[in-house]
Design a protein around this ligand. Structure first.
Ligand code: PRT
Ligand code: MG
Length: 214
């Protein structure tokens, strides 16, 4: 494929990427929200989009099935980032990685007395590193979604999850007790494509960089 392939996920990343694409002179020919197509053309014959799960974006780019992609820092940490350049923080799909507990659970006291914590999360690498740095012993329980449920039914003491409005925590009587890091989405680039397709990719990367609104 001599053109450029960009990997995106549906939903908030796609929505927030549209203005960046526009800045690069790229208009998708249909919306992934209404179309079932997984390969979407654009107004530019040399640029196409592929629509994949958010967690799969780094994998497609790492293996060169896409030249470029957009992925959350959360996803990139879990993936490990091998084979990828991360040239631009796009400041989109922002949120915070937090530790949350049921209302009334004294997290600080549990940490102080060296309790072993059961932590449910989709973000096991991030959680492992965070608690190791704090010197807290944890049993990590890997989940694929709806982490908020785990402490309510006794599966875990705390969760590590992304929080944006806080509405989901509140609705489930949970409270954020510690921020691990702030999260935004990054442009990722296949390292070989960066060399082989440099002349075609560089204007797109620069247009994205110029359109970032921190
Ligand atoms: O949904 P799917 O299982 O396909 O995958 P995904 O959840 O990884 O994808 P998507 O599109 O939902 O998220 C893509 C990226 O958006 C993530 O990788 C994050 O970098 C970023 N992002 C920004 C978020 C949020 N904000 C966010 N609030 N990702 C998830 N959430 C979830 C959070 O996990 C929690 O369940 O929203 C819920 C909390 O939201 P509030 O507003 O109630 O606090
Ligand atoms: Mg989601």
């Amino acid at each position: 494929m001599s053109g450029i392939t960009l990997a995106l996920s549906k939903g908030r990343i796609f929505d927030e990427t549209l203005p960046l694409l526009a800045a690069a002179g790229i208009t998708p020919s249909e919306s992934p929200e209404t179309s079932r197509k997984l390969i979407i053309g654009t107004n530019r014959p040399d640029v196409r989009l592929i629509i994949v799960r958010a967690t799969d974006v780094p994998t497609y780019v790492q293996h060169g099935a896409a030249d470029l992609g957009i992925a959350g820092k959360d996803v990139l940490i879990e993936h490990g980032g091998e084979g990828l350049y991360q040239p631009v923080d796009l400041h989109i799909a922002k949120c915070r990685m937090m530790v949350a507990t049921p209302l009334g659970f004294d997290y600080e006291a549990a940490v102080r007395r060296g309790a072993r914590l059961r932590v449910a999360t989709k973000y096991v690498q991030t959680a492992r590193l965070h608690f190791a740095r704090k010197g807290v012993h944890v049993d990590l329980i890997k989940l694929y979604g709806s982490m908020e449920l785990a402490p309510l039914v006794g599966l875990a003491d705390v969760i590590v999850d992304l929080v944006s409005t806080g509405g989901t925590l509140k609705a489930n009587n949970l409270v954020a007790v510690e921020e691990i890091m702030s999260i935004s989405s990054r442009l990722v680039v296949n390292q070989a494509a960066m060399k082989l397709k440099h002349d075609a990719m560089q204007p797109i990367i620069e247009a994205f960089r110029g359109a970032v609104r921190p």
